[in-house]
Design a protein around this ligand. Structure first.
Ligand code: MSP
Length: 655
């Protein structure tokens, strides 16, 4: 295992204000970096802004602002946001800086001197929004841009080309020999088949704009923005400008990117590096995208969740935790304010916050705030240690959701242990002090382990609980990989108990957000509602309705159910496994495709409607013995569960 870790984020285009998507990628990298620091590695964390290209030049023109001033302003906004959200980057690089430009020129020279760059003419489609070249004949309508969906423009100009075609075999060999290079595997497979399909030489300069890095020895050309931008990962370490820079020891690094920029990072970038005789990146880790209103959140669509609004209503920890816990690595996620509130309440207020407050309060009350002499319960200790080990190995692979799941279930086990042992009852019996000591030491030690392992995901809250526990240093100083349960000595005095994760008033917050978004014209809390322009056309009215008879309807048995338990299913992101009381001898197991929209804990106790005579069927190897009813809202069919406002007994039939 290497003891050095270099993590980068994409550098962000400065054509508009940052939104949650940019914050997410940077927070994810920050979490990864904090985790690696905790593991004792020497880390370096790079983020920054991508400031050239026609797209940005045009955005500045549209605002009537000189482009230099325009990019300075927006780069400052990105940096301010990251600082405000306490992102612990080591460097914020700007591609308009002299050091970067000189480094990018050196990379160009190396490729040129290796005989890999030649001059010709580019005649083809170019998408200014995506900074991408697109295949297609000149005749006919402009093709659609791959990411933004806008129309491409026909371009015919003198251009330098990079001999990408020479890299098909070297790239395929590299992917073969380094299966971990692109993760998750589905992305790797996508790129392998793309490269197997053949590579064409790549146009890497433009003469139609001057807003870019000048091509060495040919001032009429500026570099294609992706050649310029990708080089940031090494120019930031002094490549091309300071040969003795000791930050070079961090190369090669790990790139965290969104799936929208996969090809640039896994085909072009390693080819440029191979061409220049430099080591290629260690890994490219590809995260999924946040959707809002059923579409990728983007600056162009204006459906990006506003960071200022998040800041006004939620703690930074709550937003970070929600993003990590909700989105499986590499998968897309639908952002909703409601789910964010639910997560914060279920996992933070009711979860770790509650465990901290009940444990510390009982220690204060029954042992005057001093840890008694006792060893932790061995079964609980094993559960906690196993969960910690699982979380560590998941976090190593950026699988924060899975790691957090492991901790959540261990936390539930500790909660059950406390409820079952009933320390408040034991405390009434002076003869049972030893038993009471075991319960509270167990809870304290479990809490300590959870706080350590969750520290990268909850930097502020974990530090606050740690202070209340009055432990030395900070939870980030403890390596979760070698964490032991049962090490705090008897006699340790806890600190002042401060509430850490207050419960959020969902109704109030949703109400406030609705009012604010109505004023600002931003996406509403009912994320999942498509933007007006993309709303599906109403179904044409049928002249002859397809009536069913009452007998047809009577065949469908709908009953009142109550959710007793709800769990996620390993490997099935959309499904929840529910145990539902239908007033029968045994509860039924029902699988429901609602996991992206309902946190399992929020369903417990809830009355629902179940179709109870649907033939049982197996999904993911599990039998579903019924179907729950939900409204299917919007283009994406966001589920909203059917329920009752009055009290109804379980099992009653709906007619
Ligand atoms: N400038 C290029 C990247 C150059 S890297 C050498 C670029 N910039 S961008 O501003 O469009 O940012 C893209 C990255 O921001 C994505 O790859 C992703 O990491 C993050 N996100 C932007 N929108 C996002 C979502 N809706 N959801 C999650 N992440 C998002 O491409």
């Amino acid at each position: 295992m290497t003891d050095r870790f270099y993590i980068t984020t994409p550098i962000y285009y400065v054509n508009a204000e940052p939104h949650l998507g940019h914050l997410y990628a940077t927070m994810l990298a920050d979490t990864v970096c904090r985790f690696n620091q905790q593991r004792g590695r020497e880390t370096y964390f790079l983020t920054g802004t991508d400031e050239h290209s026609q797209k940005i030049e045009r955005a500045a023109q549209a605002k009537g602002i000189p482009v230099r001033e325009f990019v300075d302003g927006l780069a400052g906004r990105f940096r301010d946001v990251f600082d405000h959200w306490k992102i612990g980057y080591d460097q914020f690089i700007r591609t308009t800086s002299d050091v970067h430009k000189a480094g990018a020129q050196e990379l160009w020279r190396r490729c040129r001197d290796a005989g890999l760059i030649y001059k010709s003419v580019y005649a083809g489609w170019y998408c200014v929004q995506d900074n991408a070249f697109i295949d297609g004949p000149k005749e006919g309508p402009p093709p659609e841009c791959p990411d933004s969906g806008g129309p491409a423009e026909w371009v015919e100009e003198e251009s330098y080309f990079f001999r990408l075609s020479a890299f098909q075999e070297p790239l395929l060999a590299y992917y073969r020999e380094h299966p971990e290079f692109i993760q998750p595997e589905s992305r790797r497979n996508e790129i392998v088949s793309f490269v197997e399909g053949g590579l064409q030489d790549l146009s890497i300069s433009r003469v139609t704009t001057t807003w870019g890095v000048q091509v060495p020895d040919d001032p009429a050309h500026v570099m294609y923005v992706w050649f310029d931008a990708l080089s940031n990962y090494i120019t930031a370490l002094g490549f091309g400008t300071s040969p003795d820079d000791d930050r070079w020891r961090f190369w090669p690094g790990v790139h965290l990117i969104g799936k929208d920029i996969l090809r640039f990072h896994t085909v072009y970038w390693p080819a440029f590096l191979m061409g220049a005789g430099l080591p290629v990146p260690q890994k490219v880790m590809v995260h999924g995208l946040w959707m809002s209103g059923g579409r990728k959140m983007s600056k162009r669509l204006g459906n990006g969740v506003d960071i200022g609004l998040l800041d006004r209503h939620f703690t930074h920890d709550a937003v970070r935790y929600y993003c990590l816990a909700e989105m499986g690595f590499g998968q897309d996620g639908d952002f909703t304010y409601g789910a964010l509130v639910d997560r914060a309440n279920a996992d933070l207020a009711n979860g770790i916050g509650n465990l901290a407050s009940r444990t510390l309060t009982m220690l204060a009350k029954y042992f005057d705030g001093v840890l008694p002499q006792a060893g932790p319960d061995s079964a609980v200790r094993t559960t906690v240690e196993q969960a910690t080990a699982t979380a560590v190995s998941e976090f190593e692979n950026f699988e924060f959701r899975r790691g957090i799941e492991a901790i959540r279930s261990a936390m539930a086990a500790v909660d059950r242990y406390i409820s079952d042992t009933k320390p408040w009852a034991i405390a009434k019996d002076a003869g049972r002090r030893d038993e009471l000591a075991v319960v509270l030491v167990t809870a304290f030690e479990a809490l300590r382990a959870f706080v350590v392992v969750l520290a990268p995901a909850l930097p502020e809250g974990s530090a606050a609980i740690w202070r209340s526990m009055n432990l030395d240093g900070s939870p980030s100083d403890v390596d979760p990989g070698t964490l032991q349960v049962g090490v705090v000595p008897a006699g340790h005095r806890i600190g002042e108990i401060a509430p850490v994760f207050p419960r959020l008033n969902k109704e109030q917050i949703m109400d406030d957000i609705t009012k604010e978004t109505a004023v600002e014209g931003a996406p509403t809390p009912e994320a999942g509602t498509p933007p007006a322009a993309t709303a599906p056309a109403p179904e044409p009215a049928k002249t002859e309705p397809d009536y069913i008879t009452i007998d047809d309807f009577a065949k469908v048995e709908l009953r009142v159910g109550q959710v007793l338990a709800a769990d996620r299913i390993e490997g099935a992101d959309k499904l929840l496994k529910l145990s539902v009381d239908l007033g029968e001898a045994e509860p039924r197991q029902v699988l429901a495709g609602i996991a992206m929209h309902y946190a399992p804990e929020t369903l417990i106790g809830r009355k629902i409607v179940v179709c109870s005579n649907l033939k049982p069927r197996k999904m993911r190897g599990l039998e579903s013995q019924g179907m729950i009813l939900a409204a299917s809202v919007g283009e994406d069919g966001v589920p909203v569960l059917a329920t009752f406002t009055e009290d109804v007994p379980n099992g009653v039939r709906l007619k």
